[in-house]
Design a protein around this ligand. Structure first.
Ligand SMILES: [Zn+2]
Length: 258
């Protein structure tokens, strides 16, 4: 008997998953006409009242919320996005659809879980929390210059100096460009890894047992985090091999290989 090929129905978007993919700060950066991030809590232009100047509406990146002191508007990422995009929360599906398009998120990554017989749900990308990124890479983002100005140092000596920067969050990068994300986290974490490995060697030679133990624990943890962070897990072993090669013969007795 001929059966129709089972086709996966178009599943609705999970708002919780979407919120996990888009930190509120990313929404503010994209839509707020002005933003000030030099303050502990970033200031934005409130989309819920006639706001012209920064000062009344704040972002709370830790809880992914915002609050406006002028009009009292407050809420989560979706509430803030609904204000900027002028799509009410009551029209939730339209808002969610708009956001995945605006942020280039594959629908599969944020669809509600669906598991009929014969259909294997693609494994969601496991991502590090901002704190785990800080542990692995000493920060949860890196900074790139976006604007340069011409500065005269001495008479006739000019140089272009960055005057504006933008922050690239590793978590966001993992969704937007997984391949580049993996390259960046391998390269950056390698530097710290090698430094700690040399430190461990030094501790062993000097007989600093307690410090050596702490460094070794850190290396173990960093290795776990690296594996968890990679969107393409097949990169893990070659990366560890490379690290061991970089350590060289001399340090090959360091018990940090996979
Ligand atoms: Zn307001």
């Amino acid at each position: 008997m001929k059966t129709a090929k089972r086709k996966r129905p178009d599943m609705p978007i999970s708002k919780e998953k979407l919120k996990d993919h888009i930190p509120i700060l990313e929404v503010a950066r994209k839509y707020s006409p002005k933003i000030r991030e030099s303050t502990r809590l970033p200031l934005i232009i409130c989309p819920f009242h006639q706001d012209k100047n920064l000062g009344s509406c704040r972002i709370y990146p830790d809880t992914n919320t915002f609050k406006c002191e002028s009009c009292g508007a407050h809420g989560d990422t979706l509430r803030l996005a609904s204000g900027y995009l002028d799509i009410p929360l009551s029209d939730l599906n339209r808002l969610l659809e708009a956001l995945i398009v605006e942020f280039g998120i594959p629908k599969d990554a944020v669809s509600v879980d669906y598991n009929p017989k014969g259909y294997v749900q693609p494994k969601p990308i496991e991502r590090l929390s901002p704190d785990e990124y800080k542990e692995l890479l000493h920060d949860d983002h890196y900074t790139v210059p976006t604007k340069f100005e011409l500065v005269e140092y001495e008479r006739g000596e000019y140089d272009y100096v960055p005057c504006e920067h933008t922050k690239i969050y590793y978590r966001t990068l993992a969704t937007k460009d997984p391949e580049f994300h993996d390259w960046v986290i391998c390269t950056v974490s390698r530097i710290y890894w090698l430094r700690y490995a040399h430190m461990l060697d030094y501790c062993q030679k000097q007989g600093y047992e307690l410090l050596g133990w702490a460094v070794e624990e850190h290396l173990k943890e960093a290795r776990k985090l690296l594996y968890k962070a990679l969107t393409d897990k097949s990169l893990y072993r070659p990366e560890l091999r490379l690290r061991n090669e970089l350590l060289g013969e001399e340090l090959s007795n360091i018990p940090i290989s996979a």
